[in-house]
Design a binder for this molecule. Structure first.
Ligand code: AKG
Length: 381
């Protein structure tokens, strides 16, 4: 129990496995929603087996290990995205039935206190037809390594509310715009940097006020396979990792989905065509970051630093092309010498020739991109 400027609050925990085994998933859904409403955060324990988390870690390891810490000013963390494309195992988290039901309640039906759906002169909570569309907003591994968040490797993104990313001041709009879920891919402990939360901060008035940032935090410890859920108004931030192992979380966020392009320009003019356009036209059709982190790609890159580049392939580890600092980040995919680079390139060239012979041009193109990424990352490449 915590007593702070927002009243008495607790970080409540509900066990998904037990609820399923007991057959009372509807009560579980109600309890989770009520806890999120009252306290701004809730933990769902045993949401998935640890083995699924291990699979995601295995699928994402090449991408994480070829990504520097602090890329794009994100401090003592390594971040890698594009999970839908790169990690089939992550689909079990992204489309987890309990999470999707919760998104329907919080985003679609605006069921949290004080909010309501307002569509075409109708207003209400959850009645048939009164639902906002919502969709996946972000998939991002947040990997806090040993020393991450300490003075020598600070988190630039300290305590924050996710809704601050939109340019419009939504605090009086009476809307829940997004929900964030932090899946524990490894155990989250006090020592390894479990997320700090300010319970009740989602109810601050005005909603974007300063009080929440000065209140005491508690850390949301949880076991691998659990998930911490919070609203876009809830104050939170990563902790400091004082251990020698990595704390790996996976943010899966969902947001309201109606202010999108009526004609989807990214599909109507995909990257291989958009690349050839003048920069002004690329920006007009949406290949740009309108504000802050909005519209980033994979490892938090701007479109012009990723999909608009000729040699970018989201499936190639290290395709972001940003240099690693071997002391902090490890070697990544870089070769250690000109000889090693030559031998790796020779091997990849042979694989490319085989792919071409088998008429697998997509694979051949991917290998071509892997070669150019390897060259960029390696000394003398
Ligand atoms: O890694 C965490 O525990 C939360 C960090 C976070 O929300 C962020 O930096 O965007």
């Amino acid at each position: 129990m915590v007593n702070n400027a927002f009243g008495e609050h607790s970080l409540l925990r509900f066990d998904y496995d037990k609820a399923r085994a007991g057959g009372d998933v509807a009560a579980f859904d109600r309890d989770v929603l009520a806890a999120l409403d009252s306290h701004g955060f809730v933990v769902i324990e045993n949401a998935l087996p640890g083995s699924v988390c291990d699979e995601v870690l295995t699928e994402m390891r090449p991408f994480l290990e070829s990504t520097p810490h602090g890329l794009h000013g994100l401090g003592g963390t390594r971040r890698a995205g594009a999970l839908v494309a790169r990690s089939p195992a992550s689909h079990q988290m992204i489309s987890h039935p309990a999470m999707l039901r919760l998104m329907k309640s919080v985003l679609g039906e605006q069921q949290l206190s004080g909010n309501a759906v307002r569509i075409a002169g109708r207003e209400g909570k959850g009645e048939a037809g009164y639902r906002y569309p919502w969709h996946l907003h972000l998939t991002q591994i947040i990997d806090v390594g040993p020393g991450g968040g300490s003075e020598s490797m600070p988190h630039q993104l300290k305590l924050h509310k996710a809704n601050g990313m939109w340019v419009h001041d939504f605090q009086t709009a009476g809307l829940d715009l997004q929900v964030e879920i932090m899946w524990a891919l490894t155990d989250f402990t006090k020592d390894n940097g479990a997320t700090h939360v300010v319970l009740g901060s989602h109810r601050e008035q005005p909603r974007d006020g300063p009080v929440g940032y000065g209140e005491p935090t508690i850390q949301a410890t949880m076991a691998q396979g659990s998930a911490l859920v919070w609203t876009g108004w809830s104050v939170h931030g990563a902790g400091v990792n004082r251990t020698d192992t990595r704390r790996v979380g996976m943010n899966i966020n969902y947001a309201l989905g109606f202010l999108v392009q009526e004609e989807n320009q990214f599909l109507a003019c995909p990257p291989h065509l958009a690349r050839k356009l003048p920069r002004q036209m690329q920006r007009i059709i949406g290949y740009q970051q309108p504000a802050g982190s909005l519209n980033y790609v994979a490892e938090c890159q701007a479109p012009e630093d990723s999909v608009l580049r000729e040699d970018f392939d989201v499936m190639v580890p290290g395709a972001h092309g940003h240099p690693m600092n071997p002391e902090i980040d490890g070697q990544g995919i870089a070769a250690q010498s000109a000889e090693e680079l030559a031998s790796l390139v020779k091997e990849l060239d042979a694989q490319k020739a085989k792919a071409i012979a088998a008429d697998d041009l997509e694979r051949a193109l991917q290998i071509k991109h892997a070669i150019s990424t390897l060259r960029r990352a390696s000394p003398g490449g």
